[in-house]
Design a protein around this ligand. Sequence first.
Ligand SMILES: [Zn+2]
Length: 346
Amino acid sequence: MHEFHKPLILEEVPVPEIKADEILVQVKAAGMCRTDVQLLDGYFRKYAESKFPLTPGHEIAGIVHKIGSLVPKSAGFEEGDQVVVVGGWGDGTCRHCQEGNTQICSHGQWPGFGPYGGYSEFVPVPSRYLIKVDKSLKAEELAPLTDAGLTPYRGIKKLRNAGALGPNRVLGVVGVGGLGAYAVQYAKLLGGGATVVAFARHPDKLAVAAEYGADHVISTKGKSTADIRKELNNAVGKGDLDAVIDCAGAPEMIRMGFELLAVGGHYSSVGLVGDQIDIPLFPFVAREYTYHGSFWGNYNDLSEIMALAAQGKIKHTVKSITLQDANENLELLRTGDIVGRAVIRF
Ligand SMILES: [Zn+2]
C-alpha cells in the first residue's frame, strides 16, 4: 500500500532481516479483514499515522523459517513449526502489558499496519507473540482465528466475566460477518446456557449462524425495532436481550441493540463499521446499562482459542484466494459480500 484510496500494488521486496529476539515467519495464510479496507480508506488516520509503503494483513498463520540468536531455547521453537501470530505488540513495560493486554498498549505496534504484514510471504515477529500449533491444523483456518476468531471471544468473555450470561439469559449476536460467525459459536461455548439469538440482514449469513449453533436467527432487513421485538418475543418468550455482542458496529444496528437491551443489560462492542455511537442517555442511565469496549485479544485469549481449535470445537467458513485476488476481495469486503473469511494462501 503506497497511499490511501488506491489499489494495493503487488511487488517484489527483499526478505526482511530479523532482530535477535525475533522469528522470521514464512506466511502460509493471511486472513482479510474489513479493517484492511478501513486502513486503505484512511479510517485510522485521526488515531495513528501511516508510513508508506505499508503491507496489510494482521491475521497470520505460518511456519518458523529462521530463529533470532536471542530467542530463548525454552520458548521451544524450531524451524518448521507451525505458528500463529498474536497481534498487538506492546512495549512490555506499561500496566496493560504487565497484565498481558499488550493489544491495548499505548506504545504498541501491529503487524499489517506498518512495513510488515501478512499480505507478503515473510514477516518478522518478536518470539513472545508467536503461539505454536499442531501441524495437523490448516493454516487457512488458523489465520482468521487471530482476529476474526479472537476479537468476539474476548468480547464475550467480558460479558461472561461481568455476570451477564447464564441460564435464562438471552444473548444477542448482532452481525454475522467474519467475526459474528465465530461469535455465535463462542456464545454457546461460553454462555453458561444462555439462549443465543443472531441478527443479520443477509439470508446466507443467518444460515451460517443457524448452522453454527444459534438457537434462533432473526433477519433485520427492512424491519423496525418493534417488528424485531415481536419476533424475539415469539422466539424466546421475551422481547429484550440481557446481553449483546455487536460484531458489526453499524450505527442503525447499535441503535437497535440498545433499544432491545433489558434493564441491567450489558453491551459489548467489537465491530467497527461505523465511527460514531449515538444512543439516548436517559435509558442508558435509568436502566443501568453497561457498555464494554473490547479490542482484539491477548496472548491468553488466543491460546484458549488454539486449544479449542485443536479439539475441533470451532467451525470455519473460509474462502481461499491468492495474493493476486487481494484487491478484488477488498472490494467485496467493503460491500459486505463475503460469507465467512477470505484468506490469502501462499
Ligand atoms: Zn505497554
